[in-house]
Design a protein around this ligand. Structure first.
Ligand SMILES: [Zn+2]
Length: 367
């Protein structure tokens, strides 16, 4: 059953790419036509356009049939919702602020089987979602810089990464399933020290950056930004950056997770500013709860208030089941980061000003 499903997906993906190829072949002006005031004036493609395509090898009718089935199978929806999962510690216990390491492994397994693939926070906020057709992006975040997220152990042969910390679990899962990816973002504080082992802060932060993971700002000392002054907010953000730069001077932190989810009155102070000579710019600001996020091209997308879902048994299960039951709400990639493909009935949800050179393509989904 599993193999059949995988095989079907693989074949579907291949056929989908073929279809994209034919669309370009059918109209080489595809990229040049758009009309911001008229969604229908945007170069809209559907399977009827295929009638203009000729090919010597396979009968047109055969291809038409295959590609029609393909749209129905892949159903790209690049204005659908994306889960940004919020974890705290990964460890030996299961509680509000800790996910048992065996359950974290299980979460990765479940996400993988349900065709979710990891993307970085940076690619999300830069609208550069690059995963194969038919798959759904997911972002994993960790708050508070706890030792269970990234832990070193001393052994006779040197220093190793703890096998049950989040970083190693992600890496080892990715070794078995390289198409899943190992991207994650760690929202750290500098007081208390990030990841609990003061002697290894520099090594750990450098390791994360070298291995394609991200460092995010969670303020210097985990202050509730809704309860302090703008000047104190600047200090909490800037001082944390100063500490991070001591370990990774070239790294640009571009995202912040609000401690306790506390939203200050003036979010602009959090988004951009400076603390003395330290400048900061948070392109994305993350909340604590409590629902999947909208993608960057959605009309209601707000980069300064991005919701997350809890990485707990209850809530992760809840949202996985939700998307199983409501597949039309789920973001499904068309496989091409330069093209935004949405069903025709959802084109009204697209913020055309956010496309910035990307091509908008729509299609009619059958049901
Ligand atoms: Zn926190």
């Amino acid at each position: 059953m599993k193999k059949t499903k995988k095989g079907l997906l693989l074949v579907s993906t291949l056929v989908f790419f073929l279809f994209i190829g034919y669309q370009y072949a059918a109209d080489n002006t595809f990229n040049n036509q758009s009309d911001e005031n008229n969604p229908k004036g945007t170069r809209i493609k559907d399977t009827n356009d295929m009638e203009h395509v000729s090919n010597n090898n396979v009968s047109l009718n055969d291809k038409m049939e295959r590609t029609r089935n393909e749209w129905d199978c892949v159903k790209p929806n690049e204005v659908g919702k994306i889960m940004i999962i919020m974890y705290h510690n990964i460890g030996n216990e299961e509680s509000t602020w800790s996910r048992h390491y065996s359950n974290f492994k299980k979460d990765l397994e479940t996400l993988y089987k349900k065709n979710y693939r990891l993307i970085s926070m940076k690619d999300f906020i830069d609208n550069n979602i690059d995963i194969p057709a038919g798959y759904t992006p997911v972002i994993i975040t960790f708050d508070d810089g706890l030792e269970g997220q990234f832990s070193f152990i001393r052994k006779a042969d040197g220093i190793n990464i703890h096998p049950n910390c989040a970083v190693r679990i992600l890496e080892s899962f990715n070794e078995q399933h390289p198409d899943f990816g190992k991207k994650a973002v760690f929202y750290i504080n500098s007081y208390p020290v990030a990841f609990g082992q003061p002697e290894f802060v520099k090594e750990k932060l450098n390791y994360l950056v070298k291995n394609g993971m991200e460092i995010g700002n969670h303020t210097y000392s985990h202050k509730n930004l809704a309860k302090i002054t703008p000047e104190e907010i600047k200090e909490e953000i800037g001082k944390n950056i100063a500490m991070i730069k001591k370990s990774v001077p070239e790294y640009e932190v571009c995202s912040l997770a609000l401690p306790y989810g506390g939203i200050p009155k003036n979010l602009a102070v959090v988004a951009k500013g400076n603390w003395g000579e330290i400048k900061y710019k948070n392109k994305s600001i993350l909340l604590v709860g409590a629902e999947p996020a909208l993608p960057p091209n959605h009309v209601a997308f707000d980069p300064l208030k991005i919701p997350r879902i809890r990485g707990s048994e209850r809530y992760l299960q809840k949202w996985l089941e939700y998307f199983d039951a409501n597949p039309r709400e789920r973001y499904v990639s068309d496989g091409d980061p330069d093209i935004i493909t949405v069903p025709q009935d959802l084109v009204f949800q697209i913020n055309k000003h956010s496309l910035k050179g990307k091509v908008l393509r729509t299609y009619n989904r059958s049901n």
